[in-house]
Design a protein. Structure first.
Length: 300
């Protein structure tokens, strides 16, 4: 029984997404507290193993975004300590966090992805595919360090911005398309949402500022295309070996569906997409949190 377990909501961390993680963690903690669970909030830092031992938690609810919270490092530590945790395992987390590795697995599964190349910021070379280009770090989330380059004169500016967050930079061909995000729990597709940001693209501000984005649930897609979106998202989730709750980010241009990435620890803020999708599937926020916890314990 979950009510007999001490739950540690682990958030914060040291990545560029720390503030978003804290907001997500607070929402999860409050929901569990209101439902009467024995729950403690843990702001993760390098002393995390000591804190976990002193708190003696039975299960970890991970709401760490980016950095070592989402790349398999914390997951590995929890496995060594024998503590069940929500979300994907060590390998799936690491692969999903590395956009280059995940793109290769998507291609191996026959999934469409935008044309891309990986560049060394110290020796950058421009791609051969046409402008515009999307330039992003290879290992960040929440659109941190992402820019859209319309002209070659802005190429280096975009590379330098992305390089602030890592030694590898990805350049993708920009595709004019609908941005669609699919929520998955276990191997069940919960549904999808189409996002229409008021800004140039669904960047950090559009994601976390109320009123900056319009959310269409379900997406305005033809029935057959919508089914293809859900099928593609589940294939991407399974291709990386993901478990628990994920959010798969896609582009839909005409009838073509492109995979961007799989988020193994989706946001849980008031503007986050997974809770919006889950609500349409019949889960209120506390019910979604309980379902994620139950999934973690079932796999432990």
């Amino acid at each position: 029984m979950l009510t007999n377990k001490k739950i540690g909501v682990i958030a914060g961390g040291v990545s560029a997404e720390r503030e978003v993680s804290l907001r997500s963690g607070e929402a999860v903690f409050n929901a569990l507290k209101q439902k009467g669970y024995n729950v403690v909030f843990i702001d993760a830092d390098p002393r995390l193993p000591e804190v976990l031992r002193s708190e003696a938690i039975d299960v970890a609810f991970l709401v760490l975004h980016g950095g070592w919270g989402e790349d398999g490092s914390v997951q590995g530590m929890l496995e060594v300590m024998g503590i069940p945790y929500t979300g994907s395992g060590v390998l799936a987390s690491a692969v999903a966090m590395d956009k280059v590795a995940s793109k290769k697995l998507f291609m191996a599964e026959g999934l469409k992805i935008p044309p891309f190349m990986v560049i060394n910021p110290e020796k950058p070379c421009k791609p051969e595919f046409p402008l515009p280009w999307v330039i992003k770090p290879a290992r960040e989330g929440s659109s941190v360090g992402v820019s859209i380059v319309e002209g070659e004169e802005d190429f280096m500016k975009g590379v330098k911005e992305a390089a602030r967050f890592g030694k590898r930079v990805i350049v993708e061909r920009y595709i004019e398309a609908k941005e669609v995000h699919v929520g998955i729990l276990g191997e069940e597709v919960l549904g999808a949402v189409e996002v229409r940001p008021k800004r140039r693209f669904y960047d950090y501000t559009a994601k976390y500022t109320p009123g900056e984005t319009e959310y269409i649930l379900p997406p305005e897609l033809d029935k057959d295309v919508y089914e293809e979106v859900k099928t593609t998202a589940l294939k991407a989730h399974l291709a990386l070996g993901c478990t628990g709750a994920t959010r798969v980010d896609l582009l839909v241009a005409g009838g073509e569906v492109y995979v961007l990435e799989v988020n193994t620890i989706p946001g849980m803020t008031e503007t986050s997409l997974l809770p919006k999708i889950a609500k349409e599937a019949g889960y209120d926020f506390p019910s979604l949190i309980e379902a994620i916890l139950e999934d973690a314990l079932k796999r432990s």
